[in-house]
Design a protein around this ligand. Sequence first.
Ligand code: SF4
Length: 469
Amino acid sequence: MKEFCGIAGAVGKRGGDISELLYSLLFSLQHRGQESAGMVTLGSSGFKTHRDFGQVKEVFDPATLSTLRGHLGIGHTRYSTVGNSYSINNVQPLYVSSREGFMAVAHNGTLTNYKELRRELEEKGYVFHSSTDSEIFLYLFLISKGDSPEKKFSEIMSKVKGAYSLVFLVNDRLYFLRDPWGFRPLVFGENEDYFVVASESAALRQAGMTSFQELNPGSLGVFENNKLKIFNIVSSSKKEQCVFELIYFSRPDSVTFGENVYKFRRECGRRLGMLEKREIDIVVPVPDSGLPASIGYSVATGIPLEFGLMRSHFTGRSFIEPSEREKKVRMKLLPIREVIQGKRLALIDDSLVRGTTSKEIVKLLRENGAREVHLRFASPPIVAPCFFGIDIPTTEELMASSRTLKELVETLDADSVGYLPLRVLKDVLSVNSQNFCFSCFSGIYNPDTVPKYTMTKFQDYHPRILDEV
Ligand code: SF4
């Protein structure tokens, strides 16, 4: 499974340059999207923009950054969920010069009714330059009859369904907003010199902000004339914060939806360990995502944690095609034969999606002498697609969508397979669990967030809750 997008915005309160700060924020959000990156900044000579394919350090060299000097800006790191990844027109931030002045937007999430909104806008004569869902925000702002930007955003939020956290420039003002369900995170903070907003708190901390706050779902923030104003625009009776942000996407050093991500993962691992019934010699994490859960699992079971698999940090992204899964796993994961030989392993990973990587890892461990491999996932198996900005494949490609536990053991060639039941995951979140989306684990969607035409593709899908270990 791939990551999706990271967004950031910054204002120099005393007119200080934000280009390097924005670079640092995007660099900290690199894990959320590695296909392309971009920035739009406003300086004394007007708006500047630079967008290109590649990682942040490839897109912005010092010479490029020096052309982006300014006191206000937004940026984006992209992994495409809507719109192809090969057109420069799809690289964000997207921008337009209009009767409202200069506007630019960077978006994290996926809209579920963007096709019908785009059709309406095209019928009104708007010409789209990208094939992303994000561009509609610019034109919805332009057609809005609201007599202030706040009213325009309020109108936009009442029309758009699905997941969106946005940073939005309108001339010299920075706006930022989060959908009423709160699917994607968005945090803001400031120090004496800068105001900053970003997808994750880890980016703010790395940029030197000592305190930060999450923007509430359905809210709009604006930083204008060195003052922050927050408007609560739309309230939804049911929040749908993406639990996968905590399981996999967010950085372990982030606080997302009020939870420290590392501690959350470690607790999921501990609860998984409490369910263990097998005789196991060592706990081996799948690096790096399975590490916090392995620590919790090891603490709960008393079984020693060993790094039986190391991760190579030198494998390039474009060097190997995703279809060459086996080659990719073998380039990336390095088994330590002397640690695993003759041992019964609990192999801990964060989640089960396609299962193809897990299968390759089991094979690799057996080839290197593991006596038994017991696969353990620190979340429930994914059985249904996501419409909200995560690249989860179709139901057919999801390993657990149509297999019993016994069939999973056979397909993955493991000695046993276990995972965290949904009820335990909800228990870890405690009362806060009612504010989360679990749709990819249950196949049950909040009808307010997904229009009927999106659902019809999956009408023959019968949700089932897998609640066994
Ligand atoms: S369906 Fe799954 S991945 Fe998508 S928003 Fe909900 S919890 Fe997150």
